[in-house]
Write a protein that binds this ligand. Sequence first.
Ligand code: PEP
Ligand code: MG
Length: 751
Amino acid sequence: MLNQLRDIVEHVSRVEDIHQALEVFVKRTCDAINSECCTIYLSNHQKQRLELMATKGLTFSGERLHIGFQEGLVGLVHRTAEPLNIAKASLHPDFKLFPQLGEEVYQAFLATPIVHRKRMLGVVVIQQKKPRLFSDIEESFLVTLAAQLAVLIVSEQQQGKWLLQERRGTDNVVTGLSACNGIAIGPIWRGNDEPLLSDVSPASAVDVEKDKEWLLVAVESALKEFRRLRKQLDSDLNKDALAIFDLFTHLLNDPKLRGDLLSQIEKGDTADWALRQVIERYSNHFARMSDIYLQQRSQDVRELGQRLLYFLNHSQVQEVKLEKPVIFVVNELTTTLLASVPREMLLGVVSTQGGVNSHAAILSRALGIPSVIGPNLKGVEDGKSIILDGYNGEVLVNPTYLEMSEYQQLLSEEQEVRSMVESELCLPAVTLDKAPITILLNTGLGIDVSYFLNDVIDGIGLYRTEISFIVKQAFPSEDEQVETYRKVLAYSQDKPVVMRTLDVGGDKSLPYFPMEEENPFLGWRGIRFTLDHPDIFLIQVRAMMRASIGQKNELNILLPMVSGTPELDSSLSLIAQAYHEVALTYPQVKKPKVGIMLEVPSMIYLLPAIAKRIDFVSVGTNDLTQYLLAVDRNNSQVSELYEVVHPAVLLALKQIQVACEDANLPVSVCGELAGDPIGVLMLLGLGFTQLSMSSANVANIKYVIRQSNLEDLKTLANVATTQSYASEVHQLAFDYLEHRGLAGFVRPGKH
Ligand code: PEP
Ligand code: MG
């Protein structure tokens, strides 16, 4: 049976389209159990009913059949969330006949719920004509299959590939996933259809040299366009988004990619056919990688290929001309597509495919364009006005008058808050009772110079160096690193910069240095990796120090993932060695300050002992929470347990703050908590005064700080640390925000 189980799961997961996957599931399950009928119903919680999605053995005319949660045996399984095994279904008191299904011929009935993390997703049913009880083995077989099916459904939903189209009320709401918060109301626009790379068919080149030239011209045009788009976006706030175009440029300049494309043409293929083959090869290579970040780069490679195909067909970009702002509806949003439409013409984006962590979704968040992924708007004609609700990941296709006025109201409130918050971006972060808070930036790629010119922030609290390593083909040389770090320091002018040494491992592996580990988050990560490669570590810290020569600001070196004193001592002696090496050639070099990331719980207890060895501490709440609660920060199976304001996390933070204060050690917080309004209330209340966050959060957080009273927050945090549940802490903070009219800063359902 185990083999059959594996066989079904393998076949089902191989099918791209989820509806087809469900069809394969019911057929193969019937064969495995040797039964005549298998049916999958999925729950529609809004309508309180189960909807028939796939069947073998019932009459299913295509019109979706539904069974209320209170109806029949299927409803009973849904309500009790337990398997039901009956020899003669018609004798059961809950039996209800649905004559349109032709169910009357079946007697034996075995059903099991499809459950994912306590959430009912549906019911799977096996039926047979001859009355009989199914065996224990058959029952556990179905339970196991249903559990696998639940994982598949949820993963498809999370990737936005497929969703149960839940429609409510007037049948006008299509549900998807939120890729960027916000509301948009306006006409839909589908853009121009371009040929797809996946449609290019095999063809032989008539003139190989001409096709090679054709391809190189396309590469140059694409490079030119990326430069143009990068420049066009330059005025927007979030510079990390620009990195996407740097990544494309980098890939296009990669001699290996060019070489592979040209040699494919030399084999006799046309430029477009060669392009498709090489891009698919690269993209599949990324898709097979275990690292999630790199897997998602597979989509970037496809996007790049699609763009090159465009330039094989067009000598230059055809400008998108729009008369009025629109909601852009696309199959798969790409960064180039997004950047090619002027921002002021883009109210929102609906894409039928894609993931919430794709680069396009990241870019839409960076640009603040409300976006939803997943809803199928086939049949809705171009120009029709819709409502896009990016908070709930929904699209209202035929909004009623009431819905329209409700959303208009929300939209104008949202615009008011946004313009007020942004207009006050340059005001200092001082609480109502005049306590100044230091606002620092987390960054890893581009930096927005205007932030420094306008004194929006007080420095860089976390520069993640690994990002510039990840986009390379090999470890960057010392000189290359000097150049990168020098730019970061120069942009920051006289403001301090905290540069973290390479933090790879865990979920961040380098394409040119694959790591395979059973427990990567507990394995060869951060400082553990670099101490095992002192060459890499020395090159990096030397580069940082060389980059700091002649700059106006102060360099701070931050060590990630330190879990004990020996690691700290080894790092300090390597840094001292690097300093002496640099000083031999550049005697003017200044000694950098050195600090540790406080993200491994052991260091909380060692703080008093090591305080004298270091100059500062930066609290990495992302990892600290993960290690304190033993919850993988990237595993959606346990994401509900990853509670950022868990009382134990707050108590740990309190201990860190007190230990640092006692030791007179400067401390900042650079995890996501420092960019979260609720987290910020807690951190201020616990006594932290330096917060480092991504640029997207700066305006909101500064605003929240200006509306808060530090004395109140101290009381609030004191009460919060005595709670038993994270939900209680969350409620306390939410009430505080609500009292000050700041509830809108907290996304619904975020905690
Ligand atoms: C953290 O762990 O909180 C942190 C800031 O580092 P990273 O997210 O890069 O692991
Ligand atoms: Mg970390």
